[in-house]
Structure formats: C-alpha cells, structure tokens
Design a binder for this molecule. Structure first.
Ligand SMILES: NC(=O)c1ccc[n+]([C@@H]2O[C@H](COP(=O)([O-])OP(=O)(O)OC[C@H]3O[C@@H](n4cnc5c(N)ncnc54)[C@H](OP(=O)(O)O)[C@@H]3O)[C@@H](O)[C@H]2O)c1
Length: 213
C-alpha cells in the first residue's frame, strides 16, 4: 500500500485529489494541515489527520515517517521557504517522490496576449516567488513532478491536456477537479513525469484571457 502525505490537505485542489484517491486507489492518505478539524475522516482505515504547519520543521519531519509520496498543495507569499522546508524534510527522511502544485507562467512559457495578461495579473510577487519555489524543487535530487495549472475553475468536470517544460503553454483555464484527477493519476502511476514540469489546461480554451474575465 502506498502512503501519501498531503500538505495543505484542506486546500481546494487537495480535496478533489483526496476524493479521487479514496475512490480510485488503495493508497493510505495522511492529511497535514492547519486547523485539522476542517477535514472529516470518512474511512479511518485509510485516512490519518495531523494538525500542523509546514513551517514547523519538527512536525513536518515527523509526519514523513513511512511516507512514499508527498503531495504539496500549498500557497502563500512564503512559498519559496515552504518549498525549501519540504525538500529538507524529505531529504532527512529519505522520501523521494514529490508532487508539487505551482502555477502557469513561472518559466515565461505562456505565449501571446494571454501571456502578457497573465504577467499583468500575477507579476509583483506571485509569479516570482512561485518561480523561485519551483527552482528549489528542481535543484533538489527528489523525484518531483511540478504541476502548472492554468487559471482554475470550480467546474464539475475532468478535462485536461498537458504540456512539458520547454513547450508553449496551451489554453487559459482548467478545473480544480482536473488537477485533482491528475494528482491522483500520478500517485497511482508514480513512475510518470518524474523530474517533469507539466502545464495543465482544458483543451480548446485558447484566448487572450480566461472566459470569465
Ligand atoms: N487561482 C488560480 O487560478 C491558480 C492557478 C494556478 C495555480 N494556482 C495555485 O494552485 C495552488 C493550489 O490551489 P488551491 O485552489 O488548492 O489553493 P488553496 O485552497 O488556497 O490551498 C492552499 C493550501 O495551502 C495551505 N497552506 C499554506 N501555507 C501553509 C502552511 N505553512 N502550513 C500548512 N498549510 C499551508 C493553506 O492552508 P490554510 O487553509 O490553513 O490557509 C491552503 O489550504 C495555490 O498555490 C494557487 O496559488 C492558482
């Protein structure tokens, strides 16, 4: 049985990934989050809940014991430091496989008018820090997969395609449910996209900005 540690387990994408994993895998899920009471355990044989903050090195390291795969669904202005904290704890516990949620645009890979709009919206702190966090991950010797979602929707659909690092980003949007499904797929196929960085979008959503803007 695969043991998965989910950091930021009450996050929006994380909740989709957890539902997908409970339904479509045999994995044991350890939820690591602040205010742990927000998450309800539905199957005590497969789910463990730990209250903790990723910046608490001792708590994070303790949570890694016996873990096969770390899925980090984190956010915040300190995302670069969070990346470093995760890498350090994984190295210390000899855990190799990491799935890391990032964002589109960190390599300046979004072409054309949408790329310019994305810069306008996300420059000034966000893109830079998310890029720096991805660099921390890529400079580690972990078996990572970085996921770069397009602008997120809450549509109840799984419909996505991916691009590789070095390719132009496609499309403008993708559902959180799709990203959760991709995370679940990578957990159940851990040999896929190792040391890869995937852009993820809903097909046929090209345009100068997401449809709702
Ligand atoms: N919005 C978009 O269109 C878009 C597009 C591409 C990528 N993204 C990025 O995708 C990522 C995931 O998205 P999402 O919708 O799932 O975000 P989310 O709901 O905000 O989830 C992020 C989680 O990170 C947790 N977190 C932050 N710092 C933490 C810490 N020190 N210790 C423990 N937990 C911590 C937060 O916990 P608390 O609940 O306790 O605060 C939150 O639950 C985010 O980084 C987001 O910026 C967003």
């Amino acid at each position: 049985m695969t043991n998965v540690l989910i950091l930021g387990a009450a996050g929006h994408i994380a909740r989709h990934a957890e539902a997908d994993l409970l339904k479509n895998s045999q994995a044991h899920l350890t939820y690591f989050l602040r205010n742990a009471g927000r998450l309800t355990i539905t199957d005590a044989s497969r789910e463990t809940r730990i209250e903790g903050d990723v910046t608490d090195a001792n708590a994070l390291s303790a949570a890694m014991a016996g873990i096969d795969i770390v899925y980090a669904n984190l956010s915040g202005r300190n995302i670069e430091q969070l990346a470093q904290d995760v890498v350090t704890a994984m190295d210390h516990n000899q855990v190799k496989r990491l799935i890391w949620i990032s964002t589109l645009g960190i390599y300046d890979e979004v072409p054309g008018a949408y790329g310019r709009w994305n810069h306008q919206m996300l420059d000034g702190g966000y893109l830079e820090t998310y890029g720096a966090a991805a660099t921390v991950i890529e400079n580690s010797d972990l078996d990572y997969t970085i996921i770069r979602p397009a602008w997120l929707t809450n549509h109840d659909e799984v419909d996505y395609e991916t691009t590789q690092k070095g390719e132009a980003f496609k499309g403008t949007e993708v559902s959180r449910k799709s990203i959760g499904a991709l995370v679940s797929h990578l957990v159940t196929h851990p040999d896929k996209a190792v040391r890869g960085s995937l852009g993820v979008n809903k097909p046929n959503t090209d345009g100068p900005k997401p449809a709702w803007y």
